[in-house]
Design a protein around this ligand. Sequence first.
Ligand code: ADP
Length: 501
Amino acid sequence: WPLNMALAEETKAVVAKFDYTDENLNAGVKEFIRQMGEGLEQDGTSLSQIPTYVTAVPNGTEKGMYMAVDLGGTNFRVCSILLNGDTTFNLTYSKVAIPKELMVAKTAGELFAFLAKQIEEFLKTHHQEHFYKAVRRRQTFSAPEGYRDENALQLGFTFSFPVNQIGINKGNLIRWTKGFDIPDAVGKDVCALLQVEIDKLHLPVKVSALVNDTVGTLMARSYTSPGKTGAILGAIFGTGTNGAYIEKLANVKKPMTGEFDKTTGLMVINTEWGSFDNQLNVLPNTTWDIQLDKNTPNPGIQMFEKRVSGMFLGEIVRLTIVDMLKNDDIHLFKDINSSHNDWKSTTNIAPQSGIFQPWGLDSAIMSVAAADNTPELGTLRQSLESDLHVYSPSLEDAQAFKAIAGAIGRRAARLSAVAVGAIVLQTGKLTDPEWAGEAIDIGVDGSLVEHYPYFRDMMYEGLRAIEGIGEEGAKRIRIGIAKDGSGVGAALIALVAAGME
Ligand code: ADP
């Protein structure tokens, strides 16, 4: 009993360290709004506030056939989207793995030629009339010529690497990430690189938009969401976290180099909020947050993301649990028959367990912990055993794990409310008479919001606690899942872009 008491006490103390009070939350919102303003005025700030050159959102009546491609990591996706004009769409898609050698190709041309080839294959399979157009063109023209008649398919290019966007279909690659390394491409316009290869194949396809996945989410949600006003924010809570929202053009004070349609008076801004408060003015910073940051390749950067997104939450849980395991006074995952050689062998956890490996605890188990509210915690104990190789975890073990994972998840949800709440306040919609009675719509995507139980509920709880939102305001905020941001969202941006010509 005393051992269990010690565990209960320690768990309570750890949970308390992840408390993020209403007061913290309001200080966070204030600072988020301040940093948003700073990012709209100059470059090199914590929140990058990147103008996307998208100046309008759809309303669900858009029609036509568009293409979208998505290069973001291990796979390349090609799709065609038929917008039906009634908030519905039909999506056809194919996916291929990027060959490893092309991720580190000598020239950009090698990778982009492969991408263009996949677009050709897709047309051949799903849209033969366009494929045969290209075949006929190849017989007529030997040199590459851009296929530019009004029947060309408009394509939205979702490219999830850091780019310096200088127009709706222009952006220079800043650097590769996620295992790609083709120095030849750095500094070049990725849309032009793709267009050149498409033209070599004489495909009737025009790269008309460069798309960030958050903007895609915003557009997809605006097209499909019910009601006459589109979404104001698209946000991702998956491996990483980020959001794009609609800003008044007049508020964008820093110079914008690209051409764009100024008549709407709006500009979609990609906040890059993963880097909110890198200077830690207001973000919580437990000893486990500090440890985690040190073990990343980019310490001091993406500090908000490191407290919120799927890639990091499991690691915070792991570091916390490891500290408790090292404490002999606490009876967590302990092997009562152990010989006490070192702290690992005093546990009933197999050596190969993810608990002992940096980044070895997938945040998905936090969802299992949150979902299991039975007195025996049977499902969670089973997951601890099968996923984390804990032998016969006790009820007390599972209770401690659930409490700690829950506290870390809850803090993440409340931090998410800071970003969402700050943007709702920044748009001024809650007090705008033209929006009186209207829902304020937000599109979200990513495993965390989709699969973590109560994540949205905890976000709403946070939103209600924000000064200027409160009970009444939170009721008007409608957070809904927006799927296929890189498909239908990219298609919609291609549509907007085509309309600008
Ligand atoms: P991406 O953001 O890469 O497009 P996802 O939205 O699926 O992909 O997010 C993947 C991230 O979400 C991973 O870090 C994973 O650990 C985490 N994750 C996956 N499933 C769950 C879940 N059920 N609960 C919490 N986190 C999850």
